[in-house]
Ligand binder design. Structure first.
Ligand SMILES: NC(=O)c1ccc[n+]([C@@H]2O[C@H](COP(=O)([O-])OP(=O)(O)OC[C@H]3O[C@@H](n4cnc5c(N)ncnc54)[C@H](OP(=O)(O)O)[C@@H]3O)[C@@H](O)[C@H]2O)c1
Length: 334
């Protein structure tokens, strides 16, 4: 049966983000002539839920993606790079979540900030969605920058194992079971034991001691806030939680704002949910399944006017990846 609407492909449809995208597409009733799911050849024939239906997964090979209007890449960067050029040549619009496309020729989008850049006449063929912590943090910082001009941002993150996908979830589960049962194991996904531990670096460190993911965070913020001069210092930490990414953020402002004034600014901003109560505890698990970027603990530096601290927490898989991708897809399809 042929329905009106675009032919949509989700690449990485068996992964954490891909499955969540299918869920959000179905929940929101995004119209489509067809929805196809692709993954590695190991998953060919598997089924994954798409609303009430089950979607049969096809292997991503050769011409598999030809004939689609919209292709969402929820795979690692190297597979994303392999797919994108062919999809564009075939006439599709590509939404990428992998961070593979960060060049000046590709539009990088945070829905709360610059969704308008991908709609209308100027619609690009490849849209890089700033997903995960960088995109969510940008959505928090944008209204602050507009209201009081950010001078510097320092951030320490608390990032769940699902940030590296299904295998991160499997590693924390198995290590926890092994440890509780007195069994030995070798770390495979993370550089050292993650169960009951805290790892203060996510990936490769450069000569100056900054991790690649920390540089990438600073680059995304500079770009989507159009503030290449913004000073950003990040320490990204892997913690033994499954879902929900959190960050302790300190902002230095050019214009002094009180904590109360900053809360008003944040409450009026799109996509954010700001705690009314100064004592409210917004923990990682509290935001899992939520479609908001949560902000809490907004407070002034006790000594230094214009320096404030806040806490943010967001569902990394659903809100900071799948919801962003579907929001961009809806805008492109309009
Ligand atoms: N997880 C997060 O918090 C998060 C947040 C923001 C952005 N992202 C980005 O979203 C993307 C997906 O992340 P994820 O967490 O969903 O990872 P994941 O759970 O590991 O899923 C990866 C997906 O890629 C597929 N895949 C792997 N190799 C493939 C190949 N050669 N050909 C075709 N498909 C292949 C996998 O298929 P099989 O099942 O067959 O292996 C699976 O469907 C990544 O780029 C990630 O950086 C993730």
């Amino acid at each position: 049966v042929s329905e009106p609407g675009p032919r949509i492909a989700i690449v990485g449809a068996t992964g954490l983000v891909g499955q969540e995208i299918l869920g959000v597409l179905a929940e929101r009733g995004v119209p489509a002539a067809s929805v196809h799911g692709f993954a590695s050849s190991a998953s060919a024939g598997r089924t994954v839920p798409y609303g009430e239906a089950q979607l049969r997964i096809a292997a991503l090979d050769g011409e598999a993606l030809d004939g689609h209007d919209l292709v969402v890449l929820a795979v690692g960067a190297s597979v994303a790079r392999q797919c994108a050029a062919r999809c564009v040549a075939d006439g599709a619009v590509v939404i990428d979540l992998s961070g593979a496309f960060d060049g000046p020729d590709v539009e990088m989008v945070v829905p709360e900030i610059n969704l308008a850049d991908v709609t209308g006449e100027r619609a690009p063929r490849v849209v890089a969605v700033a997903a995960g912590l960088p995109g969510a943090l940008a959505a928090v910082l944008k209204p602050i920058d507009t209201a009081a001009h950010l001078r510097a941002v320092s951030v320490a993150s608390y990032e769940p194992v699902s940030g590296v996908g299904e295998r991160g979830v499997a590693e924390l589960s198995s290590q926890t079971l092994n440890l509780l049962n007195g069994q030995s194991f070798d770390p495979e996904v993370f550089p050292t034991q993650i169960a009951f531990n805290c790892i203060p670096v996510l990936d490769a460190v450069d000569d100056e001691g900054h991790a690649r993911s920390e540089r990438a965070l600073a680059a995304v913020l500079g770009r989507v806030l159009t503030r290449p001069d913004l000073e950003v210092l990040a320490t990204r930490v892997r913690v033994p939680t499954f879902f929900g990414v959190c960050a302790a953020v300190i902002v230095d402002l050019s214009r002094v704002l009180t904590g109360a004034a900053l809360r008003v600014v944040l409450r009026e901003a799109p996509g954010l949910l700001v705690s009314e109560d100064a004592e409210e505890c917004v923990a990682a698990l509290d935001v899992v399944g939520s479609d908001a970027i949560h902000v809490a603990r907004v407070r002034e530096h006790p000594e230094r006017p214009g320096t404030l601290a806040l806490w943010m927490a967001v569902d990394n898989v659903r809100r900071a990846a799948a919801v962003n991708a579907v929001t961009v897809a809806e805008a492109l399809l309009r």
